[in-house]
Design a protein around this ligand. Structure first.
Ligand code: DGL
Length: 263
C-alpha cells in the first residue's frame, strides 16, 4: 500500500457510482476500485447480520486489492456494518454515508425537512444520533423510497413507473411543507430529474450528501498522509458479484457519469 494506491468504493449496486463520480470530480488524482454487489442488491431488504457478512467480504476483497481507504458508498451498509468493519480492520480508514440532517436543518426556512432513505438506514444508529443532535425545532419527516433502488438498477429512471413511484413518496412530503429533501441513499441521486419534475416550481432543495462525504475523504487522506502524489495519473477499476452483463452496466453508468463531468 502506498499513497498512489486506490480508494475502495462499495455499494449494493449502481448507487455508489453517484459517490464515485464525486470522488473523480473533487479528487481527480485519486485512483478508485469500485465494487457493485449486484447479486445481493437491494441491501435495504436484508437483515443486519447479512449486510455485515456481505460488506465484510467486499471490504476484504478491496483491501486484498491494495485499497488505502474504504468508502461505504451505501447508507444501508454504513448503518448496519461500519462499526463492525472499523473494529475488525483498525488499520484501514473507513468513510461512510449518513443522511445529511445537519445541513438540511441549518438551511430550512419552513422548518420541515424530508429524509429519503432505505428502512435500515432510517432505523440505524447514525440517523437516530444525527436526529437527536441536529433536529432541534425542525420537524424531520423520514420516508422510505419504496421501489426506488430497483428502478435505478433496472435502468427505468425515465419510465412512467418511476414517476408514479417517486410521486407516491414526494407528494406527501410536499403536502407537509418540506423545503429540504435529503437523499439518504446513494441510488436516489439517479432519480433527481424525476424528483425535480414533481417538485416543479416549488422552492424545495434536494440535498445530496456526496460532496460533503468526498470532503471528509480528502481530510482523512491528508490526516493519514496517504493522498495521491501530485501529478498522479489515476485509474478506475470495476468489479461486481453478478456476472459480466452487470459489470458492463456498472461500467456504462460510470462512463456516462464521467462524461457528464467533462461537460
Ligand atoms: N445505495 C444504498 C444506500 O445508500 C443501498 C440501497 C439498497 O441496496 O437497498 O442505502
Amino acid at each position: 500500500m502506498s499513497c498512489a494506491s486506490p480508494i475502495g468504493v462499495l455499494d449494493s449496486g449502481l448507487g455508489g457510482l453517484s459517490v464515485f463520480s464525486e470522488i473523480v470530480r473533487l479528487l481527480p488524482e485519486e485512483s478508485v476500485i469500485y465494487y457493485g454487489d449486484g447479486k445481493n442488491c437491494p441491501y435495504g431488504e436484508k437483515p443486519k447480520e447479512e449486510i455485515i457478512k456481505i460488506s465484510d467480504e467486499i471490504v476484504c476483497f478491496l483491501i486484498g486489492h491494495g485499497c488505502k481507504l474504504i468508502v461505504l458508498a451505501c447508507n444501508t451498509a454504513t448503518a448496519d456494518a461500519i462499526d463492525y468493519l472499523r473494529e475488525k480492520y483498525p488499520d484501514t480508514p473507513f468513510v461512510g454515508m449518513e443522511p445529511a440532517v445537519k445541513p438540511a436543518v441549518m438551511s430550512t426556512r419552513t422548518g420541515v425537512v424530508g429524509i429519503l432513505a432505505t428502512a435500515p438506514t432510517l432505523e440505524g444508529r447514525h440517523f437516530k444520533d444525527n436526529y437527536l443532535k441536529y433536529a432541534g425545532e425542525a420537524a424531520i419527516i423520514p420516508a422510505v423510497g419504496e421501489g426506488f433502488v430497483n428502478i435505478v438498477e433496472n435502468g427505468e429512471i425515465e419510465s412512467h413507473e418511476a414517476e408514479s413511484a417517486v410521486r407516491k413518496i414526494i407528494d406527501p412530503l410536499i403536502e407537509k411543507n418540506v423545503d429540504r429533501i435529503v437523499l439518504g441513499c446513494t441510488h436516489y441521486p439517479f432519480l433527481k430529474d424525476v424528483i425535480n419534475k414533481i417538485i416543479g416550481e416549488r422552492e424545495i432543495e434536494i440535498i445530496n450528501p456526496a460532496p460533503a462525504v468526498v470532503r471528509r475523504i480528502e481530510n482523512l487522506l491528508v490526516e493519514k498522509r496517504i493522498s495521491a502524489p501530485s501529478g498522479n495519473l489515476p485509474y478506475y477499476e470495476f468489479y461486481s458479484s453478478s456476472g459480466k452483463q452487470y459489470l458492463n452496466k456498472i461500467k456504462t453508468t460510470a462512463d456516462k457519469l464521467l462524461k457528464g463531468l467533462k461537460k
